[in-house]
Write a protein that binds this ligand. Structure first.
Ligand code: ZN
Length: 156
């Protein structure tokens, strides 16, 4: 019998390993201050979980806050009550609106922090680019400024 044609199998190429899939957040690339221990995987996951649950909580808060505002708007629309009542309803509405704006702002910050965690820029000051410090990030997971720049901003 004719020998089967053997298709030349390319020898398993050594030396060009398949590049590993990129890891979303490599803990060792997150910045720390001199003297601080590098971020561990557990600490990064902890920060991510905390931010994630905050995002979920804030979203729920925003929904109920917006529902409250909508309810107050509706109430004030058909209100024929006395002026004192209307006045206090307006104050409540202002308060609810301020609350919702605040929640929305915090939600944006938490989302932003999660994004920075994925990009590996988490823990870097957005003004000077220096490390914010792990201890500070763990105390304020949404922090985007080093202490100096934060204080400078607050003085403005
Ligand atoms: Zn800074």
């Amino acid at each position: 019998m004719a020998a089967k044609k053997t298709v030349a199998q390319p020898a398993a190429t050594s030396g060009s390993p398949v590049p590993a899939a990129p890891i979303a957040a490599q803990p060792d690339v997150l910045a720390v201050l001199p003297g601080e221990e590098p971020w561990t995987t557990e600490e990064v996951e902890e920060a991510r979980a905390e931010l994630f649950s905050e995002v979920e909580r804030l979203k729920a808060e925003l929904i109920s806050s917006e529902a409250a505002v909508a309810g107050l708007m509706r109430d004030s629309g058909d209100s024929t009550g006395d002026e004192a009542d209307t006045g206090s309803k307006n104050i409540t509405r202002e308060y609810e609106l301020a609350l919702a704006a605040n929640t929305r702002e915090t939600l944006t910050q938490a989302d932003h922090a999660l994004q920075r965690l994925d990009e590996g820029t988490y823990g870097l000051c957005e003004v000077c680019g220096n490390p914010i410090g792990k201890a500070r990030m763990q105390a304020f997971p949404r922090a985007t400024l080093c202490l100096d720049d934060k204080q400078r901003q607050e003085r403005r």
